[in-house]
Design a protein around this ligand. Structure first.
Ligand code: NAP
Length: 430
């Protein structure tokens, strides 16, 4: 009879309690699936409060790092969170103490993934993180193990459910970003401090991991250009609709001849394409895998059920004891820092919105500044109020370099006929 896989679980919060419940309540079904018992031997959390799971007979450690030192733990499941502190200490000492690691911690891996992957490999251990990107969607496994015959050239994703919920609500209700954010916080869709979500940082953590898996480069969070959704107005969402687009916060990683482009930015996505139709708190990823074609994945990116599902799948992989694929799909020592393509060198069509004083000559002035940077206009609309009051002028440009557009907008913003900083959103055409 095979020996059980003994699990030490750190964190009994939203995800941790879900994982504990499945390990205990569904132990027989899991054993039947892998031919080996999974035994939750020890847990750690800050408090011993009731988690709605029967943890009698399971050891409790106040300090999660103690799990890494226990003789009755084969795999440490880290569901504490945070890029430093207890989570990092636990994962490092688990790998040093020859324990496999399963984690959902995108922040930790985006910052320290390369070193941790190296440590896991040196010790012949698994470091698995399916739940760290897009919750229940099996995109990590797909990029690491499935889409491997042809090089992946681009990955685009809606990777933050909070942002997608806010943008969807703004669109359906016409309410402002601030209003909808407050509602999302009341409903528990947004954190009390929403900065990491709405500022794009959480999407960037996940994109860092996807880019590494897709292109065989070192995770490079610092090299990413990140813009959040705070500046998106209901007007922009309405105008996007009129032009046949929807605004989505996208994480995009593309391999080009010049290097790897990685950015997080609100983008205009053409209505009717798969990413445009992803609503509410759902996540989705499109991966372009050369001759294999494009693949679209959609599902719940957060919450107890989807995240637990991904964590349990990783634990089962460890239980099967197959040869472990390196954490990022290639040996850690081959993951070099990608040559980053500065975002200013990007070429795209852009949506531009100006709030201007409705006086003769203002349109000519804007057009002149754009033409001066070789930016031509594909289409335009103007929504007027009374003469002498602010009006919105909206344009879609032909392809132009981002640096030229930014330069033109700085000049235009300095005009006394322009009321607020112009809004610029790239058009995602695929
Ligand atoms: N929630 C999601 O939908 C989701 C989705 C994808 C990935 N993730 C990732 O999964 C991880 C866990 O997220 P979560 O939402 O489950 O977090 P959570 O609800 O805040 O739970 C965190 C758990 O860690 C414990 N903890 C925190 N600091 C500790 C310390 N110093 N020592 C011991 N225990 C400590 C807490 O103990 P107490 O309960 O006693 O306070 C709690 O049980 C994070 O990395 C997160 O990014 C979450």
């Amino acid at each position: 009879m095979s020996t059980p896989l003994r699990v030490g679980l750190a964190g009994l919060g939203t995800v941790g309690a879900g994982v504990a419940k499945v390990l205990i309540d569904d132990a027989r079904a899991l054993e039947a699936r892998v031919g080996r018992a999974l035994q939750l031997t020890a847990v750690s959390a800050r408090s011993k409060k009731d988690r709605g799971v029967d943890l009698s007979g399971v050891a409790f450690e106040q300090n999660p790092v103690a799990l890494a030192e226990r003789g009755d733990v084969d795999v440490v499941v880290e569901l504490v969170g945070g890029e430093e502190g207890a989570a990092r200490s636990l994962v490092e000492s688990a790998l040093r103490n020859k324990k496999h690691v399963v984690t959902a911690n995108k922040a930790l891996l985006a910052h320290h993934g390369l070193a941790l992957a190296g440590l896991a490999e040196q010790n012949g251990l698994a470091l698995k993180f399916e739940a760290a990107v897009a919750g229940g969607i099996p995109i990590v496994k797909a990029l690491r193990e499935s889409l491997v015959a042809y090089p992946v050239t681009a990955v685009r994703g809606i990777l933050n459910g909070t942002c997608n919920f806010i943008l969807t609500q703004m669109e359906s209700t016409g309410r402002s970003f601030g209003d909808v954010l407050t509602e999302a916080q009341k409903l528990g869709y947004a954190e009390a401090d929403p900065t990491l979500d709405v500022g794009g940082g959480d999407t960037a953590h996940k994109l860092t991991l996807l880019a590494s898996l897709a292109f065989g480069v070192a995770p490079d969070y610092a090299g990413m250009s990140v813009t959040g959704i705070q500046h998106i107005s209901p007007d922009d969402i309405k105008f996007a609709r009129e032009f046949g687009y929807r605004i989505k916060l996208l994480g995009v990683a593309r391999k080009t001849d010049k290097g790897v482009e990685q950015y997080v930015q609100p983008a205009m996505v053409r209505a009717g394409t798969p990413l445009a139709d992803v609503d509410s708190s759902f996540n989705a990823v499109v991966a372009h895998a050369g001759e294999a074609g494009a693949f679209f994945f959609e599902g719940r990116g957060a919450g107890r059920g989807p995240t637990t599902s991904a964590v349990i799948a990783d634990i089962l992989d460890v239980a099967r004891g197959e040869a472990f694929a390196p954490a990022f799909g290639r040996p850690a020592k081959t993951l070099h820092k990608a040559k980053a393509l500065p975002h200013e060198e990007r070429v795209s069509a852009f949506y531009l919105r100006f709030h201007v004083l409705d006086v003769p000559g203002v349109m000519a002035e804007i057009s002149r500044h754009l033409a001066g940077e070789n930016i031509s206009i594909e289409s335009m609309l103007q929504r007027g109020r009374a003469p002498g009051e602010p009006v919105a002028i909206v344009m879609i440009t032909h392809e132009a370099s981002q640096i030229a557009v930014e330069r033109a907008l700085r000049t235009i913003a300095a005009s006394d006929k322009v009321f607020e900083a112009p809004c610029m959103i790239p058009m995602e055409t695929v």
